[in-house]
Design a protein around this ligand. Structure first.
Ligand code: GLV
Ligand code: GLV
Length: 331
């Protein structure tokens, strides 16, 4: 009989069909999050799983999934996976890097532009029927062209964001754990600076860091005070990198001009103090949600599972496996 695959949410039936050729697939009919007990029950007989960013796979869940050999994550960030626990249990894991870089970079600019030019606030005001006439000095926002773009976290998404700055004739500063090669810096038009310089000089700061315990509250009260009062802050990375409560306070106090957030600590909950603040654009974790890219992400997740079980063009070599040693040990 075929191995069993559990798919934690509905998506593109034609892509799931590729999995059905080789697996008995159980696919959840609706989008929801699962408790650890529910995950354990669903993975009890599974050989493979495709999970979303709200599905937390850790040692406790794995203890109930003795047959599990591979978990494909529908996202590039994988802080929902305990990779050490997966590796220790001999379970391979993959994410969806690269296919979403350009789409996420587009969205980072969309949010940053919306915050700088007050698009969300102005639209809410118009929809509320308040547009009775225009004030020449109404709705003044910050320019983006020619201003200094700051990028904290300079992986492939950060680089895609940086490349877009050329059309805005906007200089780019970045900070990262490790400095990029000079050739890549040149190609992205980005200059490396320390974190303090980045905070002090960026007119529009964009966060693109992976979430790790060490990155928690990388931007807190002190960092926000170090920014320009005219600056904007955009987070398209992960909730928890910004101290949301400190951000709401900084926005209320005018320590920075505006913010744009696609991710939140404890999402889908949003800190109530942020909801009260007009000068912040809020979106429900959709930076990679273009029609093409969500299909590419789903397809890549399926490719990884198929390859882990010896099928398809990458048989035996899941293209974006995070812990390749697991498969080497198994063979
Ligand atoms: C989205 O947040 C992702 O990690 O792909
Ligand atoms: C603005 O709409 C202008 O015409 O200057």
């Amino acid at each position: 009989s075929k191995p069993k695959a559990w798919v934690s949410r509905p998506f593109f039936p034609d892509i799931v069909d590729r999995l059905r050729e080789h697996f008995d697939v159980v696919q959840e009919p609706e989008e929801r999050s699962f408790t650890p007990d529910e995950l354990a029950a669903r993975l009890k007989d599974a050989d493979a799983a495709i999970v979303g960013l709200v599905d937390r796979i850790d040692a406790g869940v794995l203890a109930h999934a003795p047959g599990l050999r591979f978990v494909a994550n529908l996202g590039v960030g994988y802080n929902n996976l305990d990779l050490d626990a997966l590796t220790a249990a001999g379970v391979g894991a993959s994410n969806t890097p690269d296919v979403l870089n350009e789409t996420v970079a587009d969205y980072a600019w969309a949010l940053m532009l919306a915050a700088a030019r007050r698009v969300g606030e102005a639209e809410r005001w118009l929809r509320a029927g308040q547009w009775q006439g225009s004030r020449f000095e109404g709705w003044l926002g910050a320019d983006v062209h020619g201003k200094t773009i700051g990028i904290l976290g300079m992986g492939r998404i950060g680089q895609a964001i940086a490349r877009r700055a050329a059309g805005f004739r906007a200089p780019v500063l970045y900070h990262n754990r490790s400095r990029l090669d000079a050739a890549i810096e040149r190609e992205c038009g980005a200059r490396y600076v320390d974190k303090a310089t980045l905070l002090a000089q960026a007119d529009h700061l964009i966060l693109v860091l992976p979430f790790t315990p060490a990155n928690r509250h990388t931007i807190g009260a002190g960092e926000l005070k170090a920014m320009k009062p005219t600056a904007t802050l955009t987070n398209i990375a992960r909730g928890g990198i910004v101290d949301d409560e400190a951000l709401a306070r900084a926005l209320a106090a005018g320590e920075i001009a505006a913010a744009a957030l696609d991710v939140f600590e404890g999402e889908p909950q949003v800190h109530p103090a942020l909801l009260e603040q007009g000068n912040v654009v809020l979106s429900p974790h959709i930076a990679s949600a273009s029609r093409d890219t969500r299909r590419d992400m789903a397809s890549l997740a399926v490719d990884n599972v198929l390859a882990a079980f010896g099928h398809g063009p990458c048989a035996g070599r899941p293209p974006t496996i995070l812990n390749p040693g697991v498969l080497a040990d198994a063979s």
